[in-house]
Design a protein around this ligand. Structure first.
Ligand code: NAI
Length: 687
């Protein structure tokens, strides 16, 4: 049998080896399912069969590129059943990731052994579906309903050791997997009852109700976690009755808007990591970075870089500021240690890799410097001239500015091809989004280095050109502007916030402003005032709040009132009166807006701004827009992002809503071409 077959069978003495080779992750594509069907026939006559995979992992999932097409025989549930029913019993010998369809196949085998550290899970919930090949029916029978709920409803991944403890593995292998599989096959225990024929250990109703409430709370409006929960409870019925129900629901959910959105997000994440602008470019080696400014952002950036295994030198204005920055970073590392996110050794290694200083000369050995000092162009320019004088002439110079034009910040630097924007989001050690800002002269290798750094820091990096606020804050400004128009025309802050929360946002625009503080956006609006078209509609209520020192949660009041240390926003009659007075002064006849009107308008504005950003060449495509919104601004992943959502509800609807919005506030909106549908790209990846 040829070596390059996707699934091949070798029989040595009385032991059959069924070997899968379907790079990169041995996904259960049609070729694998067909190959397994053949292999089940080929192993006849052997005493036992060992199912094992080549490459870096066991079967790590299904092939999502097959989700949008009609399922092709042999179907996975049938293949798993054939393995379970095979006269020759199967041992699954696993390493790497055993996820989705891979885990389902493993549960069809008579025995399961796995290398230490192998990861197991049913992540179908992350793409809005339930397992479709017996996963929700066999897992509770194998390890009990409670751990199965955590795995299927929350997409929790467990390792070999934990699966062994739960009774789902027969052996954790420390040494060579093949040798261990062979030894296991040679001293075979009695064949156990097939997993599908076992009885689920009953748990009491109250515990199940508590679990369901927990799943519901975590789902935050998403459906698939509950669908998984329901399917798991069917395992109390005979397998032959419940499994077809699971399959039916799996196939139906593949077509759900939630699943389409989650799959879009999955592919978009991979797509934005490889923008056209870095095609053919080579990332440079980076081992050491300098961070200048150790305030809120600089400390988070330093912690994130240390976490990525980089050496970090943090430079501050003077010794006192350097000490304060040192404390800020070590507090973050200590916190991670306390919460179990860092091991003791890792924590020690990170502390050893970290230095603070008040001398720019200490930045000299670093390959990259990230500046996070005050948002003031002249302060930043001074920092870069110091860095340019101290560092290698090719060292990469990066600014974390939120709004300033990087070409102005870098004006005094000689070699602009090494300059870049690395815009982190707050808190920088937690937020996933990183906007990588390209200046007209940034060298593709420098950009590629930014992307490599982002990947190392586990960020979702998105390429952005230069405009006011880059991609994310430019969209945020449009979103807030329309929210303010809604207030002026009749809505109240709590109504706008409630509409956006009902859609799945963690917070509405006003609660968000109160949380982050009103002053940054205020300073920004003041800066933009000179360039603002005087004919543009401008609602000054936010400015008035700032002038009244109502700066948000930290000052105890903003758009809402806060009772003592409570973070719960309370409606404030004073603010609502200010809004009503403003409308009256403008001669506006206030009217009611329904939740859906508020939602559609704010989403239309986001999609319109996103489309313009692409038209303007700031972002390469709609995926960039969606990733910025999901990873930086809390847009629900299961809604796919504003561009995906606009596509789902139809560009026409979005464009009509936008025309209404623009008609009500003339001179305030530029309409993007909403027919800007991107061609669908064919993509292949595993769940
Ligand atoms: P911050 O005020 O907390 O920290 C600034 C730090 O820079 C201070 O510790 C200060 O001592 C230090 N510094 C000032 N001048 C310096 C100099 N010449 N040399 C060395 N250190 C100096 O400010 P924050 O919030 O950390 O912001 C920093 C930058 O990050 C700004 O450009 C801001 O626009 C940007 N940014 C802020 C975000 C936020 O949410 N706060 C989000 C994304 C970017």
């Amino acid at each position: 049998m040829s070596e390059d077959r996707t699934v091949r069978t070798l029989i040595e003495n009385d032991i059959a080896w069924v070997i899968i080779n379907n790079p990169p992750v041995n996904a259960t594509s049609t070729a694998v399912r067909e190959g397994l069907e053949t292999a089940i026939a080929d192993v006849a006559g052997a005493r036992v069969a060992i199912l094992i995979c080549e490459g870096r992992t066991f079967i790590a999932g299904g092939d999502m590129s097959e989700f949008d097409t009609l399922p092709v025989a042999p179907h996975l549930p049938d293949v798993v059943q054939m393995i379970e029913d095979s006269e020759v019993p199967f041992i699954a010998a696993m390493h790497g990731n055993v996820l989705g369809g891979g885990f389902e196949i493993a549960m069809g085998c008579a025995w399961r052994i796995a290398a230490s550290g192998t990861r197991f899970g049913l992540p179908e919930v992350n793409v809005g579906v339930i397992p479709g090949a017996g996963g929700t029916q066999r897992l509770p029978r194998l390890i009990g309903i409670e751990p199965a709920i955590d795995i299927a409803c929350a997409g929790k991944i467990i390792n070999s050791e934990e699966l062994y403890r739960l009774g789902g593995l027969d052996q954790v292998v420390e040494g060579d997997l093949k040798q261990a599989a062979l030894a296991f096959a040679q001293t075979l225990p009695l064949r156990p009852t097939p997993v599908s024929q076992r009885i689920v250990e009953p748990i009491d109703e109250a515990a199940l109700t508590r679990k369901k409430a927990e799943v519901l709370r975590r789902a935050k409006g998403q459906h698939a976690p509950l669908d998984n929960f329901d399917a798991l409870t069917w395992a109390a019925r005979p397998f032959s009755e419940a499994q077809p129900k699971e399959r039916e629901l799996h196939l139906a959910l593949r077509k759900s808007p939630e699943s389409r959105a989650l799959r879009h997000a999955f592919f978009a994440e991979r797509q934005v990591a490889k923008p056209a602008a870095i095609a053919g470019a080579t990332a440079r080696e980076v081992e050491h970075i300098a961070v200048v400014g150790g305030g809120l952002m600089g400390a988070g950036i330093a912690a994130s870089a240390l976490n990525a295994g980089l050496k970090v030198t943090l430079i501050e204005r003077d010794k006192t500021a350097a000490n304060a920055a040192h404390d800020r970073v070590t507090n973050l590392l200590d916190g991670a240690l306390k919460r179990g996110k860092l091991g003791v050794d890792q924590h020690r290694r990170q502390l050893n890799a970290f230095r603070t200083s008040d001398a720019y000369s200490d930045a000299a050995p670093a390959q990259v410097a990230v500046e996070a000092v005050f948002e003031d162009a002249s302060v930043k320019q001074a920092v870069f001239s110091e860095l340019a004088a101290s560092m290698d002439r090719n060292a990469i110079l990066a600014t974390n500015t939120s709004y300033l034009d990087p070409t102005v910040i870098f004006a005094g630097i000689e070699n602009h091809s090494r300059c870049i924007g690395l815009h982190f989001f707050s808190p920088a050690h937690i937020m996933k989004l990183l906007e990588i800002v390209k200046t007209p002269e940034t060298h593709p290798d420098v950009l590629a280095t930014g992307f490599a750094l982002g990947k190392r820091m586990r960020k979702v990096s998105v390429l952005s050109g230069i405009c006011d606020g880059f991609i994310g804050n430019r969209m945020l400004a449009a979103y807030r502007r329309e929210a303010d128009y809604l207030l002026a025309d009749g809505a109240l802050p709590y109504q706008v916030d409630a509409a956006m929360r009902a859609f799945g946002m963690p917070m509405g625009p006003y609660e968000m402003q109160d949380l982050t503080g009103l002053q940054i956006a205020w300073a920004n609006r003041k800066r933009q005032a000179a360039d603002r078209d005087p004919k543009e509609r401008y609602v000054p209520i936010g400015d008035q709040l700032c002038e009244m020192d109502r700066l948000g949660q930290r000052s105890g009041r903003g758009w809402y009132l806060y009772d003592g240390d409570s973070r719960k926003p309370l409606r404030d009659p004073e603010v609502e009166q200010m809004i009503a007075d403003y409308s009256a002064k403008q001669g506006i006849d206030r009217r009611d807006f329904t939740k859906i009107e508020i939602l559609l308008r704010l989403l239309a504005v986001l999609a319109n701004e996103g489309a313009q950003i692409v038209e303007d060449g700031i972002a390469e495509g709609f995926s960039e827009i969606d990733m910025v919104q999901i990873h930086g601004y809390g847009f629900p992943r299961w809604r796919g992002g504003p561009m995906h959502y606009a596509r789902e509800i139809g560009w026409r609807t979005t464009s009509e809503t936008m025309k209404t919005v623009a008609g009500e506030s003339p001179n305030s909106w530029r309409l993007a071409n909403m027919n800007n549908e991107e061609p669908k790209k064919l993509k292949t990846a595993a769940v």
